[in-house]
Design a protein around this ligand. Structure first.
Ligand code: CP3
Length: 348
């Protein structure tokens, strides 16, 4: 296990001995020990059984030497107590059987009390804090927009047409839905922090589908509610999205002590855009992990060079680890980041 406090220090913009690194989706199908558990249990079964979810959270900590653990759960778990339902069809991604398409559907959503209705998640966190030692634990939830898109579409989407249709043609229903989600997700993150999460990440994975103007009008106030609620409990808050090149200033204004960057924007540019008063997480293209090691090395060095050893850099991918990623390449990146960023190391 990593004995390092570098992740929390970097999140607070404090100097570190070497750049901390963790990976979105660091637990998952690319790992044989994950697949072994998945042969016997569905994803939802794992999320509902704290001992199993905790075990899977620990797998990448043991194998990779990363500087932080991320709770094993899914951003769509709240769909179950909301009454929308959730299934993961084999190889097809999430399906939500009772999607939200009208004001009546929004009004029918149940009121969720995360402490009680997502009690298994809190129990997983409590178990993990007894097992993780000095490795910090990151809690997370989906951002209101990204969660709303699944509730409305009933599945993943390319164009988010039903989502935008509600936004543009039923603004009252949209705002009522987003207000409900903001309240729920704010309480959910606070419950995770009270259970022991030492940092949290808000995943707005699909927010890049929006123009800056629509983001500000339809999304920003609700993300702000969630980010502020988490920040009020004095833990680092990472605000992540993909396809965000034109949204970064507005996302920064919504909140977050560390901004998560995908690989489409170079670190130097992205950090300049959000300002040096926040940390910067990212942003190796997950596909680079399939390249030969010398190429990976070149890309890792480039990111570290662009971060210039500035306090506040948390190394990560620009999005989650893909299935079939070679595990030894992931491990190699952890070592490269630590080695090349060590105080005194010359990065060329
Ligand atoms: O290691 C970790 O990062 C923690 C666990 C985690 C999962 N999902 C487990 C999971 C986290 C942080 C998530 C977040 C999540 N879930 C997001 C936001 C991050 C992102 O990738 O953009 C989204 C959009 C989801 C919704 C979701 N869950 C989808 C679209 C899918 C199917 C696609 C896929 O990758 O299979 C899932 C399933 C899911 N959630 C898996 C895992 C490990 C794959 C499960 C399996 O079949 O074993």
């Amino acid at each position: 296990m990593a004995m390092s406090d570098s992740f929390l220090r970097a999140c607070r913009l404090e100097p570190v001995d070497s750049t901390p690194v963790w990976f979105m989706r660091q637990a998952g199908r690319y790992m044989p020990e994950y697949r072994a558990i998945r042969e016997k249990h569905s994803l939802l079964e794992i999320c509902e059984q704290p001992a199993l979810a905790a075990e899977i959270t620990l797998q990448p900590i043991r194998r990779l030497g990363v500087d932080a653990a991320i709770l094993f759960a899914d951003i769509l778990l709240p769909a179950v107590p909301l009454g929308v339902g959730l299934e993961f069809a084999k190889g097809e991604g999430p399906r939500l059987p009772h999607p939200v398409r009208s004001m009546e559907d929004v009004e029918r959503l149940r009121t969720v009390n995360p402490e009680a209705d997502l009690a298994n998640v809190m129990e997983t966190i409590r178990i993990l804090r007894t097992q993780l030692g000095s490795t910090p634990l990151i809690g997370f939830c989906g951002a209101p927009f990204t969660v709303a898109s699944y509730l409305i579409e009933g599945q993943g989407s390319r164009d988010f047409l039903l989502t935008k249709k509600m936004m543009y043609s039923m603004p009252d229903a949209w705002h009522a839905l987003m207000a409900k989600l903001a309240t729920l997700l704010a309480a959910y993150l606070q419950a995770q922090i009270r259970a022991g999460a030492q940092a949290v990440q808000l995943f707005d994975s699909w927010v890049g589908a929006l123009s800056p103007r629509d983001y500000v009008e339809y999304v920003q106030p609700y993300s702000r509610t969630v980010l502020q609620a988490a920040g009020a409990l004095d833990v680092p808050v990472i605000h992540f999205g993909t396809g965000t090149a034109s949204l970064l200033p507005a996302m920064k204004s919504a909140g977050g002590t560390v901004m998560g960057l995908d690989w489409r924007v170079p670190v130097a540019e992205g950090w300049k855009m959000v300002g040096y008063d926040v940390g910067l997480q990212g942003n190796l293209d997950p596909a680079v992990l399939f390249a030969p090691l010398p190429e990976i090395k070149r890309r890792v060095k480039d990111i570290l060079n662009q971060a210039e050893g500035r306090p506040g850099h948390v190394f990560n991918l620009g999005h989650g680890i893909l299935p079939n990623t070679p595990v030894d390449h992931v491990r190699a990146v952890v070592d490269m980041v630590h080695e090349y960023s060590s105080v005194g190391a010359a990065v060329s």
